[in-house]
Design a protein around this ligand. Sequence first.
Ligand SMILES: Cc1ncc(COP(=O)(O)O)c(C=O)c1O
Length: 449
Amino acid sequence: MDVLSKPKRPQPRPVRLEGEPVANRYRERLDRHVAFGHKTYTPTQLVVRRAEGCWLESVEGQRLLDFSSGVLVANLGHNHPGFEAAYARYTDGVPRNCYNAISPLEVEAAERLVCNLNHPKLQKVLWADSGSAGIIKAIWAAQRARPEKHILIATRHGFHGKKGLAGDVTGDWSPNPNVRFISFPMYEVRDVSLLPSAEAGKDRLLGPYAQELEQLKVEHGDDLLLLITEPYLGAAGSFHPPKWYLQFLSKWCAENDVIFILDEVQSCHGRTGRMYAYQTYGIDPDIVVLGKGLGNGEPVAAAVGRADLMDSLDYGEGSDTYSGNPHACAAVLAALDIYESEPVVENCRAMSRVLQEGLSQLRDDFPCVAHVRGEGLVWGMEMADYRGLPAEVVANATVLECYRHGLHLLGPLSKKVLRISPPLVITEDELREGLNRMRQALTALTKRL
Ligand SMILES: Cc1ncc(COP(=O)(O)O)c(C=O)c1O
């Protein structure tokens, strides 16, 4: 993706909200001292003082239910007591950095992670300090393992990060001449794509996707190096494919000696209702890239894959200052402790049904909601044009109205899709409370528009 070629949209700078004198002062000070591009635009620019579980407290003292989990990071909720206690125990007295030494925490975290992944192909870990760096390292490993192959296949409208090679395989156009995009199911499979009915008629639907890959084989033959995809398109607006699509990609890669990289930066650690999305979808990646939930908020990511691929990089070729530092590894261990002792993923599955029902009801009741799509606890609510207003305006107004009703959302995905992604530990009462606040917000908004 070429960040600089994106057209500029006029956005208020800084955001000022009526009745928020304390927050407005922080917003102004931030604007004075932090580069504008550092922040992602949301109509609220919430200023948070504290957080606990699924709740945030603003500097004005307002309590908000968090339907964003940070940015799908705090899967265990904020300041989870068990996670924090384990993290404090692991980090007690250890150095923050071990660049030119080995930390027992790193060894233990890698062992535990591979064991937790529990897949014969996912054997060795390459740590990273962000999701996009993990993607880049996964691609480097593949490139180094097969230097004679050049073509990188990516699913169109995916998001793998903004930096370097991760940016190259993002979106629908690439400055990298070796990148080829293939189609990913979007509006073809509407609303709740993981229903068994989405599997019906798959042979007919599969045809065009298979043809695109066969055409790439004709054009590039043995030059096809890897295929990278997200399990579902996140940033593009929450498009969750039927299982047969990803199973087809996985099988096609295996049959054609193409390295299959699954970007689980967002989906890992329970989001889709299983610990990993490759389990949800029944697929066999050669490398998975993990991030966000991996350290429950601590900046840590990892590419984990086949030993023959991951070991293709020589001493230092996959290292950098912060990757795999002891505190990052402590967060990985503390998170695994909780996942392995508490029913986090089971709760996600149970709450998924409540959320699906609640969001579908909102779609049925409010004409400004066009579609609802999702799985586990990662859902998208696509807004419609409404009373002459474009969906983009309706989406931003809904985020702001939800905020006024004490519900924190991310800024819209792809301009018009609201992301609903509460912590996986949310209780049924909290979830229903959040849905109720959304209903009140939509009622107030539609009366006003
Ligand atoms: C699927 C996916 N891949 C990669 C990234 C990039 O991760 P990071 O922002 O940590 O570099 C993201 C971030 O949102 C993501 O959602």
